[in-house]
Design a protein around this ligand. Structure first.
Ligand code: PEP
Length: 248
């Protein structure tokens, strides 16, 4: 199997209904689906269904930004994987650094989330990445290895990985191709060590201040199978440019 390429938009807590509608109309009008490259959009929860309906038949995949592993019940403020599947999600971003940093997401909470996503036929898009302090103290590979170790608990199965150095997220400070390559090659080795043969085909996306200006170089970096894009994904024209570059 050849590793699929993918570009996924993470809108985080941005856009209102009218913005989401305008984005979809513009993007869908320009977008042409190409084989081998998947395109996804992860809107905030309130607009998932709206964006899903506007993306219908376009081939663009709907992602959620988080989900809970419990199927239903007294979990005020949470949304289950069952519900995400029910409204048409294809996948779910898990372990984004903002969720790790602000909402106490840990390796222990991520294991049941990955399992629940898979049980509900949702693709988990697992984010890993080091902080600036960890990079400066040369702990990068150790941190990534610890974050990936949960793969041995969840086993082989559907998953995409996004390497997102925290210091590059939303800062405009993009990692250099050499920095990205070093970590992506390491992630590939870790996945093969932890999962065996299936670890060879899991797509590894890069995220952190990706823009149309730097995307081509990043996308050509060995082991980079695409991007998870925050800021530049809010503008339909910029996001379309990114998608077009990935399709080349
Ligand atoms: C992200 O939040 O996943 C991200 C990569 O954001 P940005 O592109 O804005 O750095």
């Amino acid at each position: 199997m050849k590793t699929i390429k993918a570009i996924v938009a993470n809108w985080k807590m941005n856009h209102l209904r009218a913005d989401a509608e305008a984005f979809c109309s513009k993007f869908v009008a320009e977008y042409t689906q190409k084989t081998g490259i998947a395109v996804g959009i992860a809107p905030p929860y309130p607009y998932l269904e709206l964006v899903g309906s506007r993306l219908k038949d376009s081939g663009v995949l709907l992602f959620a930004q988080n989900g809970l592993d419990k199927p239903k019940g007294a979990y005020t403020g949470e949304v289950s994987m069952v519900q995400l599947k029910d409204i048409g999600c294809y996948g779910v971003i898990l372990g984004h650094s903002e969720r790790r940093q602000y909402y106490g997401e840990t390796e222990a909470t991520l294991v049941p989330k990955i399992i629940s996503a898979r049980e509900n036929d949702l693709l988990p898009l697992l984010c890993v990445g080091e902080s600036l302090a960890q990079r400066e103290s040369n702990e990068i590979l150790e941190v990534i290895s610890r974050q990936l170790a949960i793969l041995s608990q969840v086993g082989a199965g559907s998953i995409w990985i996004a390497y997102e150095p925290i210091w590059a997220i939303g800062t405009g400070r993009v990692a250099t191709p050499a920095q990205v390559e070093e970590v992506h090659v390491f992630i590939r080795k870790e996945m093969i060590r932890l999962l065996g043969e299936p670890g060879k085909d899991i797509p590894i996306l890069y995220g952190g201040s990706v823009t149309p200006e730097n995307a081509t170089e990043l996308l050509q970096t060995p082991e980079v199978a695409g991007g998870l894009v925050g800021g530049a994904s809010l503008d339909p024209e910029k996001f379309h440019q990114l998608v077009t570059q990935a399709q080349k």
